[in-house]
Design a protein around this ligand. Structure first.
Ligand code: PRT
Ligand code: ZN
Length: 289
């Protein structure tokens, strides 16, 4: 690989893998998939994918072996707290692989005070930071895998683990006690990247930004009585300057707007209740601001 090509480290298999590749594909970067390949070359951009275990991504970026990486904020923070990773900057939250790091306890136990408890986790550094920030004196039991079992075999009183839907806690008779950190996939970079690459890195980041903004945004159109227009516009989420178009029926207007926040069903129902008709919500493919 020549040095002016940029390298992005992605998880090869696992929860981040497919969405990391998807976001690059949506941003227009083409790759020919080869099974079991460790590197994949883009056919339309000076970009190579390095496919690795997620835990290796912060180090690869820190050392400049990869210029960019996509990693869960939880793994990044755990590693940043436990070893020096000075050369890493978080460029962008990517909005997928959302989860949270939470303390959980057996359903049949009522714990009010964390002092003098034992907490099992594979995120000891984040837990340690939380305990010391809150002056809690608890023992951290560092464990990899099957954390959920530890309160039932006498190893720990609580667990500190990733939760997404909560189904795993539920099926293990555990209940969430407190959320300590929210996490999602983040794009990270090395600010010391070679100057010959900065232009293509900037373009890549701005294309990814466009994809994220477009994903969150919707084009909303509806008709309404002119007298209701300003009230309805206020109900639209994240709208800057909507277009109001007169209709053949003099009392009516069509309103077209780009909503920069998620348009929930509740919003659509409220618009309807307040006089909007012929509502259309369309996806936006690209957003360049
Ligand atoms: O092999 P490699 O080291 O690359 O992968 P890995 O096994 O370390 O990681 P992987 O693929 O399991 O997770 C990668 C990242 O996905 C995590 O670091 C998080 O940032 C993110 N993520 C999002 C999750 C979850 N959601 C998640 N639900 N990671 C793990 N889980 C697990 C959690 O540990 C628990 O066992 O799913 C279970 C809980 O899920 P619910 O839905 O039942 O609550
Ligand atoms: Zn891992």
């Amino acid at each position: 690989m020549e040095t002016s090509r940029i390298k992005i480290a992605l998880q090869s298999k696992g929860r981040l893998a497919s969405q990391s590749k998807d976001i690059l594909a949506k941003a227009g970067f083409k790759f020919r998939e080869r099974s079991n390949a460790l590197t994949i070359r883009s056919s339309n951009y000076p970009l190579d994918l390095l496919l690795v275990r997620d835990d290796d991504i912060p180090n690869l970026v820190n050392q400049g072996i990869a210029d960019l990486g996509i990693i869960g904020a939880n793994v990044l923070k755990e590693q940043q707290l436990s070893k020096p990773l000075a050369q890493i900057e978080t460029i962008k939250n990517l909005g997928f692989s959302k989860c949270r790091l939470s303390l959980a306890v057996r359903k049949d136990q009522n714990i009010r005070d964390l002092n003098n408890t034992k907490i099992a986790t594979s995120y000891p550094a984040i837990l340690n930071e939380y305990l010391s920030d809150n002056n809690i004196d608890a023992e951290i039991i560092n464990i990899h895998g099957s954390v959920e079992l530890t309160p039932f075999i006498g190893i720990a009183d609580l667990i500190f683990d990733l939760v997404s839907t909560g189904a795993t806690l539920e099926s293990n008779n555990l209940k969430e006690f407190k959320t300590v950190m929210s996490s999602e996939a983040v794009l990270i970079g090395n600010p010391q990247a070679d100057e010959s690459k900065t232009k293509s890195i900037t373009r890549l980041v701005s294309r990814i930004t466009s994809v994220i903004e477009a994903d969150e945004s919707k084009y909303v159109m509806f008709n309404a009585l002119e007298k209701d227009a300003s009230k309805l516009i206020e109900l639209l989420p994240g709208v800057e300057s909507p277009t109001v178009i007169p209709l053949a029926d003099k009392n009516k207007v069509a309103i077209h707007a780009v909503c920069k926040e998620t348009v929930f069903w509740e919003t659509i129902e409220t618009l309807k209740e307040n006089g909007a008709s012929s509502l259309l919500v369309l996806p936006i493919e690209k957003w360049v601001s």
